[in-house]
Design a binder for this molecule. Structure first.
Ligand code: NAD
Length: 314
């Protein structure tokens, strides 16, 4: 079997068209929309991600404020910046990129975000709503993984509900921003979902779990983790991992967590890296920024699409 390649770039193009239309509508209504990102330090992945978001926001006409702070920035200064952005009417979405430096407690930053501007659902209220199955914003990476899966199921002619109700989904990686939200989205679709982390790799090996997967979502940040012997001809592989690799000529390129060629020679379908989950993630974040702009502009009792904020940001 040679796996079908699930082309994230092609799907992203049609999503971009839809998001552009939403933005045009907001702008015609004179509803404020704006994205602010905060990057602390020089982590390669974060800086690359921030560059992509800046370019996409520009392409879509979303006003963008990119704050790049020094590695030594204090937690108190970062909280002050979050408070300032919470209060800015021109900013509808705020993203604090991970990883933050070790001296900054991520959770204490996230809890200061205005939940209505927290487009990645990292504020405890939004993370809770997601876990309860009533998300205010669906975090972009997990959303992208399932967007590609849903689209792939549609392309086979199968009914989504029938597919998910009979599916075993295995998620490798259990981070708060990717792995756990992916598990929640699998639950929401009525699938049987298993979550494994590096302990499975260190003890029994990941294959014991992954060979049962109809859908394997891999978000570990470890190049080459998933090998051909870890999948079957029934497995749809969604590779979330992004790992910088330096070639012999010194050029840096991105690879996923999946050993692409041998796995693609065996699996049912697979997303490439680059060109799979990443392009959808970026557009999804913009779409969440649009949703946040609506949420801020429209009194929430008239807008049933959104869950009421339970509390103000502290
Ligand atoms: P993280 O470091 O916060 O979490 C990694 C998770 O993987 C942890 O639960 C860890 O226990 C688990 N893990 C690590 N090594 C493992 C192993 N050998 N076997 C099984 N599990 C293992 O990382 P993250 O933020 O969740 O990101 C994961 C990967 O996804 C990274 O490569 C990141 O760059 C990428 N990413 C991609 C996108 C995208 O849009 N495509 C977005 C966000 C993150």
């Amino acid at each position: 079997m040679v796996a079908q390649i699930i082309d994230g770039r092609a799907h992203a193009r049609s999503l971009i068209t839809a998001v552009k239309a939403d933005i045009a509508l907001l702008q015609a209504e004179k509803t404020n929309i704006g994205l602010a990102t905060i990057t602390v330090g020089t982590d390669y992945g974060s800086v690359a991600y921030e560059n992509r978001l800046r370019a996409l926001a520009h392409k879509l006409g979303i006003p963008y404020e990119g704050y790049r702070l020094d590695e030594s920035t204090s937690e108190a200064d970062l909280i002050n910046l979050v408070r300032k952005l919470n209060a800015e009417p021109d900013v509808s979405g705020i993203l604090a990129l991970r990883p933050l430096p070790a001296h900054i407690d991520e959770a204490s930053i996230f809890k200061h975000l205005d939940p209505r501007k927290d487009i990645e659902s990292v504020h405890p209220e939004n993370a809770g709503l997601l876990a309860l199955g009533v998300p205010r914003f669906v975090p972009s990476t997990a959303a992208a993984a399932f967007y590609l899966l849903d689209s792939w199921i549609d392309s086979t002619g199968a009914n989504r509900a029938d597919f998910y109700h009979g599916a075993n989904i295995v998620v490798i990686g259990r981070s708060n921003n990717v792995g756990k939200p992916a598990v929640s989205l699998g639950f929401a679709r009525g699938a049987a979902v298993a979550s494994i982390d590096e302990w499975a790799d260190r003890t029994t090996g990941v294959g014991r779990h992954t060979r049962r997967a109809d859908v394997l979502i891999v978000a570990a940040g470890k190049a080459g983790l998933v090998k051909a012997e870890h999948v079957t001809e029934n497995t749809v592989v969604i590779d979330v991992g992004i790992n910088p690799m330096t070639d012999l000529d010194g050029r840096v390129r991105m690879v996923g967590d999946v050993d692409f060629e041998p796995v693609a020679a065996r699996a049912r379908a697979i997303t490439p890296v680059p060109g799979g989950v990443g392009p959808i993630t970026d557009v999804w974040l913009m779409s969440n920024t649009v949703s946040a702009a609506r949420l801020l502009a429209v009194p929430s009792h008239t807008n049933p699409e959104f869950t009421e904020p339970l509390s103000e940001a502290s």
